[in-house]
Each structure stands twice: as C-alpha cells, then as structure tokens.
Design a binder for this molecule. Structure first.
Ligand SMILES: *[C@@H]1O[C@H](CO)[C@@H](O)[C@H](O)[C@H]1NC(C)=O
Ligand SMILES: *[C@@H]1O[C@H](CO)[C@@H](O)[C@H](O)[C@H]1NC(C)=O
Ligand SMILES: *[C@@H]1O[C@H](CO)[C@@H](O)[C@H](O)[C@H]1NC(C)=O
Ligand SMILES: *[C@@H]1O[C@H](CO)[C@@H](O)[C@H](O)[C@H]1NC(C)=O
Ligand SMILES: *[C@@H]1O[C@H](CO)[C@@H](O)[C@H](O)[C@H]1NC(C)=O
Length: 622
C-alpha cells in the first residue's frame, strides 16, 4: 500500500468557542540547551523561512497511562495482556481543556489560527515563519551547520508566558540538534584489502554439528539464526493476524530486487516476500520498487534498509511485513516554501503516525539512534512517552543499542566522549531512544558456541579480506531516564559486581541498556545486486524482532495475548528463555567499557533468545 499518509488532522480553531480568556503573563525562559560539538554557528536564520513547530501540550494523565502499561505488562498482574484500545490510550493522554484553551488563546492572540493536531490533541503543529516564531517564543533563531554539511535553524534558549509553562512540555524545532544515525558498521567503512589469517586465530568453530553446518564465521544467514535460536521447523499458524514492521529513516529504502537476490540464495522458500512487503510513507518518506537509484548508490544509502528487510523476511516469511519510511531528514522536503521540516529527528513523526493506526504491527524494529545529550530532555521524554502509549496498545518496540560501546559514533577515543554540559566533562555517552525505559533495547553478539559480545577492534580483517571499522555493542545508562523499577534488582546486582569501575563516567541511577541481544557480526546481505557482509546492532535488532514475532504467532494460535511491552515480563521471568552471554569485549571512550557478568549486564542484557523456551514461558505452545 504505497502512498503518503496523513499524520495530523487539520483544524481551524473557532475563536468564539473559547470560554474565559486566560490572563496574559510575562515571558520567562522555558528551555536552554547547549549547542553540541560538531555544529557551528553560521549567522541569523532567514526571517521568512518556514518552520513546522511541534508543540507538546502536557498530557492529561500520563501517570495513569504508565500505571496501566505496567499492570498489563506484568505477568503476575490480573490484567496481564489486556492491552488498551486506541481510544482508551487517547482518553488518558488527551490534555485538559484548561491546557488546550490556554495554548489556543496564546496562539490566536499571536495571529495564529490554523493548527494541526495529533489524534489525542497532545501535539499541536503550526506552520509559521522564523520571524513569527521568534516573536512567539521571545527568541532568536540562527543557522547552525553540522560538520557533515547539514544546516538547521535553531536557538539555544526560548521563552513562554509564565502561565503556559505548566501546560507546554516542549516545542521543537527550537533547541534540538540531534542527528539520527544508522547502527550498522559495514562495507562502506572498509578501508583497504589486506591478506592475513582467516578465520581469526581465537575463533572457536562450533562443536554442535547442526550449528557447525548452519553457521559460518564467513557470514551468517537465516539458516544459522534458525538453528542457533531454534525457530527451525516452526510453522506459522496465524500469519495474517500477526504482523511485523520496521522503520526506515535518513532516506533509506529497502530494495525489492536486492531482497529477492538475498532470499533466492539464502532462503528460497521466502523469495516471494521480496515483492509483498508494504511501504507506508510518512512525512514524504521515500520509497520505490526498483533497484537503488544512482543517487542512493552514490550516497551509500539503502544498506541499512536492505539489511533490515532481508533479515526480517528470512526469519518470518509468510508473515506480512510493513516497511515504514519517514522523511524529513536528509534530504529536506522541497515543499512548504523550503521549510525546515519537523523531522529533524524522525521518531516523533513516526510514532504519531503509528499511534493514529487502529492495528499497528505487534512487533516493530528500529535500527537508528542519536546521542541522548543532543536531544533536549523535555522532547526526549515526550517521544519516550509516546512509545509507552504504543506499548500500552500491545506493540513490542525494539531499538538497537548502538555500535560504539559506551561511546558515540565519533570514534573510540576519549575526545569522542565529551558531555554537552557546557563544561566538556569527559563521560560515557548514552544513546536515545535506546535509553527510553518503555522500549526493549537490543545489543549484539558474535561467534556461536559460545556466543560472545560483539566486539571488533579498528582495522580488523573481515571474511571478505577487507579491513573493518571498530565495533562494540552499544552499552550504557541513561542520563535522562531514571532506572525503571522492573530492572531495579538486575541493575543493582550488576552495579554491586562492578563496584567503583568507571565511577563518575556514567549515571548509576539511570535506565541501563540493552535488555537482550542477538547475533550482529558479518550478516550476509545484498546491496547494489551484490552479496557482501555487514555488522551492527542494526542486524541484531531486526533478527530479534523476527524471532519475537514468531513467538507472537505461537501465542495468538494458543489463544494467549501477544508479548506487548516486553520488559516487565522479561526482567521477572522471560529472561529464563535467553542464553546468558558471559564473555566478549566492550569498549568506547578509550576504555574497555562495561564487563560482561553472569545475569543481566549492560552489554548483552539477558542474552540471546531461545525460541521454544520463550514461547513456553509466555504461556504458548510451539
Ligand atoms: C571461510 O573462508 C575461508 C577462506 O577465506 C575458508 O578457508 C573456510 O573454509 C571458510 N569457512 C567456512 C566454515 O565456510
Ligand atoms: C554497483 O554495481 C555496479 C555493477 O557491479 C558497479 O559497476 C558499481 O560500481 C556499483 N556501485 C557502487 C556504488 O558500489
Ligand atoms: C545524496 O547526497 C547529496 C550530496 O551530499 C545530497 O544533496 C542528496 O540529498 C543526497 N540524497 C539522498 C537520497 O540522501
Ligand atoms: C587512550 O588510552 C591509552 C592507554 O590508556 C592512552 O595511552 C591514550 O593516550 C588514550 N588516548 C586518548 C585519545 O585518550
Ligand atoms: C568545549 O569544547 C568546545 C569545542 O572544542 C570549545 O569551543 C569550548 O570552548 C569548550 N568549553 C569549555 C568550557 O572548555
């Protein structure tokens, strides 16, 4: 079903409908945010540039939504599995009339009468010029240039009338400087070819003959994953009722002819799947049915999207697959008077669309992330609460943990691990949305018997004879989100084991991630009609999504509720269905990162899935 979909319902607010006018009050600063590294100030923003401001109006009762989410996700609660309806969620989060009236009154008194709403009316979107926004928010916008050449109009401080401070959580684009990135480390960063010993000297081949036949260090395949995680032979029973989806950002398009070549070679029974998955385009997200275009090839795009779709189809055919493509960045959408699109980070646009749907897929995989510190905290919190709303609807959201251990994508040295606190404090840099407590975050492993944490030093020889970039499974603790109670015991016990290691470099009270892991090194895949290998938590995340979607098939056909928001169940009993990963490396920020331990650790979480065990623990039959 290709085609652009409507994200917001438009409405003109009738002035007469206003009850009592709200008293005006003086402006006071609502938010300040430092400009992150790698952005430089270029000059004043053009006055007539259009901005699509997203106004996050305070939700009516998010606490009740959260309480509901935890009850229906707790296997010991009477309401376990009783996911909320679309309307129930909207009713809980809809802002109060008082909040909406106050925001409307403010906009109208500034001459802004045309708004778009999210379905719950908790987001109001207005298209206005930079000049108007500067007046509305008592601020000044400037053009900032990222070192990759992208330009955005942003500000470091903005204000609101005092009486609105409690009614509005966030407004963007104002202070957001995030740059979503794919969590894959693949062929594109190969430096040069080198001869050398292959497989690596420390590689131990599997001893189990079935695993040894299916799994090769030279490149992993669906056959390997099915054997290793024991989905092999499972016959889906409710493929139409059960669905899986995955996100595509940054102009990535999953390419059908490449998926067909991949499946022909590695999972021939699924080859029709290459032409059956549906595209849903949000905010002008690109899609097409042909091979990668010359621009896509020149830009090296579609690798991430191909990895995702090929991995999912290889695991889940004939389950229906939805590929969401969300636009906004880069390239910028050329309409709206060359406006600055709201999708400076795409998660909000996507989740707002997903929440507007009556039946989103039950499992959705996302292999993208940002440095948490580049996302303004108020905005990160609102996007994270939107994920909670999808969780309450029974959707399992999986996010990749990142590919740079405790650091960010800028490299494995201390200079890449500098806090955006105005003081340049050296510290570990967590990743968002991986750090959101309402999603399940997936790390990566390598090798087969035993599996170990995915780790590869810089300039490592790969199976293709080329040198590959540094890679360590993303790992850490949020600076924004406190530790949720479901992981209290697991995380406290881990922190006790590591004692004072890395003290001061991470937040001991933050949400720890990842929650689980799966294979993530040297996946076979096709791009530009060519077979190559690619690695990352970008690989482990769609793989895990495929396996959990198969669990849902078994649950639905056993008359049980689907997994929904996984974590409360996972930390209480589901972890028993995962193989604990005990060794392997981590790194980032010129450190050895966090150590692996018995039980949960912030490198591989509870470990890798054992399909029949998970089905059993969730009350289903294979
Ligand atoms: C992996 O590739 C090497 C050559 O690069 C070959 O010698 C070896 O047999 C291959 N291993 C497997 C398991 O296919
Ligand atoms: C794509 O494949 C064609 C044919 O093999 C090759 O000539 C071209 O260089 C490839 N493009 C890229 C960007 O790798
Ligand atoms: C490809 O890169 C060019 C130059 O960097 C840029 O202008 C263009 O928007 C990019 N296209 C896509 C599809 O990413
Ligand atoms: C990384 O750590 C090593 C050893 O501790 C040290 O010699 C080196 O200077 C560090 N590099 C950076 C960029 O911090
Ligand atoms: C932090 O680093 C940036 C970029 O190197 C520099 O411009 C700034 O002056 C530094 N701030 C402090 C307080 O050292």
């Amino acid at each position: 079903m290709p085609g652009a979909s409507i994200l917001f319902a438009a409405a003109i607010w009738a002035h007469a409908a206003l009850a009592v006018p709200v008293a005006r009050s003086a402006y006071a600063v609502k938010e300040t945010h430092y400009v992150p590294r790698r952005w430089t100030l270029k000059g004043r923003a053009p006055k007539h540039q259009m901005l699509a401001l997203q106004i996050g109006v305070k939700q009516g009762d998010f606490d009740a939504l959260e309480r509901n989410l935890y009850e229906i996700s707790d296997p010991d609660h009477a309401r376990y599995g009783q996911h909320l309806s679309h309307d129930e969620v909207n009713t809980l989060v809809k802002p109060t009339d008082e909040a909406l009236d106050a925001v409307h009154e403010w906009l109208l008194s500034n001459g802004i009468g045309e708004f778009d709403y999210s379905q719950a009316k908790d987001w109001i979107s207005v298209k206005i010029s930079v000049e108007k926004a500067e007046e509305l928010l008592a601020t000044e916008y400037s053009v900032y240039v990222h070192q990759d050449g992208t330009e955005h109009s942003r500000t470091t401080e903005w204000s609101l009338p005092r009486h609105l401070h409690d009614h509005i959580d966030t407004i963007q684009p104002t202070t957001s400087f995030m740059r979503a990135r794919t969590n894959d480390v693949g062929g594109e960063r190969q430096l040069k070819k080198r001869d050398g010993p292959w497989p690596p000297a420390d590689y131990q081949p599997p001893t189990d003959p079935a695993i040894a036949r299916a799994c090769s260090i030279n490149g992993t395949t669906p056959e390997c994953f099915k054997t290793l995680y024991k989905t092999k032979g499972y016959k889906q029973k409710v493929a139409g009722k059960n669905q899986i989806g995955f996100n595509n950002y940054l102009a990535e398009v999953p390419i059908r002819p490449d998926a067909a070549l991949f499946l022909q070679k590695y999972e021939p029974s699924a080859v029709k799947g290459a032409y059956e998955y549906k595209f849903i385009s949000i905010d002008g997200g690109p899609y097409h049915d042909g091979p990668s275009t010359p621009t896509e090839l020149a830009n090296g795009t579609d690798k991430e999207a191909n990895l995702d779709v090929q991995t999912i189809l290889g695991m889940t055919y004939p389950m229906p697959v939805t590929a969401y493509t969300t636009g906004g960045e880069p390239p910028q959408i050329p309409d709206e008077a060359a406006g600055d699109p709201p999708g400076n980070e795409p998660y909000l646009a996507w989740v707002t669309y997903a929440l507007s749907q009556k039946k989103p897929p039950q499992v959705i995989s996302t292999s993208y992330g940002d440095d948490e510190q580049t996302v303004p905290i108020a905005y990160a919190k609102r996007v994270c609460s939107s994920f909670a709303q999808l969780g309450a609807r029974g959707v399992t959201l999986l996010f990749s943990s990142g590919d740079h251990g405790v650091g960010n994508a800028a490299g494995n040295d201390a200079s890449a691990c500098i806090s955006n606190d105005g003081k340049n404090t050296t510290k570990f840099l967590p990743s968002f949305p991986a750090s959101c407590p309402y999603v399940t975050t997936v790390g990566a492993t390598q090798n087969f018997q035993p599996e170990t944490a995915a780790y590869r030093p810089a300039d490592s020889l790969g199976p293709d004879g080329a040198l590959h970039a540094y890679y360590a499974s993303g790992s850490g603790f949020s600076d924004y989100f406190p530790r949720p109670s479901y992981q209290d015991q697991a995380v406290k016990s881990y922190l006790k084991k590591i004692g004072s290691l890395h003290k001061g470099l991470y937040n001991t009270h933050g949400r720890g991630y990842p929650d689980i892991a799966a294979q993530g090194l040297y996946f076979q895949y096709f791009w530009n009609a060519t077979n190559a290998v690619i690695s990352g938590t970008s690989a482990s995340t769609p793989l895990t999504a495929g396996i959990l979607a198969l669990v849902n098939d078994a649950l639905i056909s056993s008359g049980k509720p689907t997994l929904g928001f996984l974590n409360p169940w996972l930390y209480k009993k589901g972890y028993k269905g995962f193989t604990d990963i005990l060794s392997g490396g981590n790194g980032g920020c010129n450190t050895t990162g966090f150590p692996l331990t018995e039980g949960w650790d912030p490198v591989t979480g509870f470990g890798t899935p054992i399909f029949p065990e998970i089905v059993k623990l969730a009350g289903g039959k294979c």
